[in-house]
Design a protein around this ligand. Structure first.
Ligand code: G6P
Length: 622
């Protein structure tokens, strides 16, 4: 949930570190810090509670010069957000400094032992334990005069000894006071990337800080440790010793991680959805066979044909996409689908048979519960596929196969383009499974044509942005909202309500429209708007009756309807029009005005849209 950066090379390290922390701030933003070794050999440590802008102010008063350094932005787990709990943490008497992502489960026992050895702790974090532990291991290493000539062996040995004692997860970087010519990074369960430059190296917990600096990146795998100097990168595996590392090409530019003229990343990402949907479709429609095609199944059509059940698992918005996928696959492929919260699935021990396929859906590829759930299902012998956006993240590395969304970096904490891309990919999977079963060639052709029209329909929906903004201004003071939809648009109702909660802190509930009679209707009054998601379709008349039930009780109604729907326009207080689209694709279109509504309400209420309170973009703690 936190962000890590590191730099070694000819530049002023802090410039890269602070820029990198800004780009990583979406991962956690309650405190931050940097440490460098100054040209005269001192440790400069500057850290503070609050946002990166606060850190910049501190750095203006207390500069941290030097061409090697580490930095961190934090989402608190152990210990409140404070200057002391911010990273980096010193080990020993300032012999080294550590930044850490993840959770150390056995930190209490280690802390006790280190305190008995005489170590004094400054913070309440589990991370400080790592710093002192490495120092204590370092003191047991044989002294070496020329560390570089010894390949930094004693430093590596000390870090390895310390890591062997940790239970939990880590992505970490260590900076040594006496040896500014090296950084040591290591990972287990928390991502870490090394960017390879010209006589310089960059380290980061995801690729976004590297864009514009280098396009050559190395993903560290679990149990790997990197010894990084300006000119050299060595990767050492815990069990295999030194291993060759593959250099990948970073597939996005600095512009992808900048706001590009929009006020917020969230708005930029909402407006990127036509291209995101185009990208997820690209190359995956097989016109000749009237189906979709995927490179990543790693299962034969025969194995896929033999499936009798799919379990989808995810968290948050990705879970909502899973619900959309359930309707799509059950409708188009007549294949039973269950959608489970990953945090529940990992402990629920459901009965599994040989025909069960698990699909883990995740934007970040790092969500701890999703990872744990997929591991549990693999333990039970299920094939697990992943649907993921972040290339090279942990979940795609652990699944048996899967598909990337290609939506580009999603920085806003509230997920938008990942959701529409996930729903589009799931529609393509529904087509594929349908064609393996009963769907005819002509039905497949028809679906392909509808999928191809999708980016334009997304584009058309975005044209109503100004109108949505005025509706937002009208209702921004309300403190409760209901979101109501049925069938394919029930998940959209959940997603619309989640968007509003996340970024505007307004209480909102998503409900199947008819079910609201069994409780939520008691909330309806003139200050509680109901957002009806009611494009034309098989349940349109039913939803219309639900709308009338709300109107009869004096509740204001905002209705998301198909263009030209005069019937709904007469009854609703406000309408937002969307282009007509087949039912199994409706969530991809109907969610767009709901994203915009949440966005504009949050802006009117003065909320920090991209970094809402208490949340983080990827939840890497379970
Ligand atoms: C966090 C984010 C949500 C996201 C969820 C699942 O809660 O704030 O936007 O939907 O995690 O994340 P994932 O990366 O697995 O899709």
């Amino acid at each position: 949930m936190c962000g890590i950066v590191g730099y070694i090379g000819p530049r002023d390290a802090v410039e890269f570190l602070v820029m990198g922390l800004h780009r990583l701030e979406y991962r956690g933003y309650d405190s931050s810090g940097v440490a460098t070794i100054t040209p005269d050999g001192r440790f400069a440590l500057v850290k503070t509670a609050g946002r990166i802008s606060q850190l910049e102010k501190r750095l203006a008063d207390t500069p941290a010069p030097g061409s090697v350094g580490i930095g961190h932005t934090r989402w608190a787990t152990h210990g409140n957000p404070s200057d002391e709990n911010a990273h980096p943490h010193f080990g020993g008497d300032g012999e080294l400094a550590v930044v850490h992502n993840g959770v150390i489960e056995n930190y209490r026992a280690i802390k006790q032992r280190l305190e008995n050895e005489g170590y004094v702790f400054q913070s309440a974090t589990d991370s400080e334990v790592i710093a002192h532990l490495i120092d204590s291991c370092l003191k047991r290493q044989p002294p070496v005069e020329d560390m570089a000539a010894a390949d930094f062996g004693p430093l590596v040995g000390a870090v390895q000894l310390a890591l062997a004692q940790l239970r939990g997860t880590y992505g970490l970087v260590v900076l040594f006071h006496q040896w500014p010519e090296v950084l040591i990074a290591a990972r287990l369960g928390s991502p870490l990337i090394v960017g390879v430059g010209d006589n310089e190296h960059f380290i980061a917990s995801d690729a976004s800080p590297l864009a514009g600096f280098t396009d050559k990146i190395v993903y560290l795998a679990d149990n790997e440790l990197a010894v990084v100097t300006a000119s050299e990168l060595r990767v050492i595996h815990r069990d295999q010793g030194q291993v060759n590392h593959n250099v990948h090409v970073l597939d996005f530019q600095a512009a992808d991680v900048a706001k590009g003229g929009f006020d917020h990343f969230m708005l930029k990402e909402i407006f990127e959805q036509p291209e995101a949907v185009e990208n997820v479709l690209r190359g995956r429609l097989d016109h000749d066979a009237a189906t979709s095609k995927f490179g990543g199944f790693n299962l034969t059509p025969q194995q896929l044909r033999a499936l009798n059940r799919i379990i989808m698992t995810a968290c948050g918005t990705s879970w909502h996409a899973g619900l959309v996928g359930e309707y799509q696959i059950e409708t188009l492929a007549r294949l039973p689908v269950e959608v489970e919260y990953a945090s529940e699935l990992r402990y629920s021990n459901p009965p599994i048979d040989n025909g069960t396929l698990v699909i883990a859906i995740t934007q970040s590829g790092e969500t701890a519960d999703t990872l744990a759930a997929l591991r549990e299902m693999q333990r039970k012998g299920c094939p697990v596929l992943g649907i993921c956006n972040v290339v090279g993240s942990t979940i795609p590395q652990e699944t048996d196969g899967g598909f990337y969304l290609r939506a580009g970096p999603e920085i806003g904490v509230a997920s938008t383009k990942a959701f529409t891309s996930q729903c589009t990919l799931l529609a393509m999977l529904a087509l594929y499974f349908g064609r393996l079963r009963h769907l005819s060639f002509s039905a497949g052709k028809q679906i392909i044509a509808e999928l191809q029209d999708l980016p334009d329909k997304v584009r058309q929906s975005l044209k109503h942005n100004d109108q949505v903004r005025s509706i937002a201004e009208k209702y921004a003071k309300c403190n409760n909202f209901l979101y109501l939809g049925r069938q394919f648009n029930f998940p959209t109702a959940l997603e619309g309500a989640l968007k509003l909660k996340e970024i505007s802190y307004i209480h909102a509930e998503g409900y199947p429209a008819a079910e609201m009679k069994h409780g939520p209707i008691a909330l309806v009054d003139k200050n509680t708007p109901s957002v009806f998601i009611m494009p034309r379709g098989q349940v349109y008349d039913k939803v219309m009756s639900n709308l009338q039930e709300i109107k009869a009780r004096g509740g204001p109604v905002i209705a998301v309807v198909c263009e030209g729907d005069t019937e709904a326009a007469e009854l609703a207080d406000d309408i937002i029009e969307i282009p007509a689209v087949e039912e199994y694709l409706q969530p991809i279109i109907t969610v767009i005005p709901l994203q915009l509504l949440a966005y504009h309400i949050a802006v009117v209420r003065g909320c920090d849209v991209d970094k809402p309170r208490n949340l983080a973009k990827s939840v890497t703690v379970a």
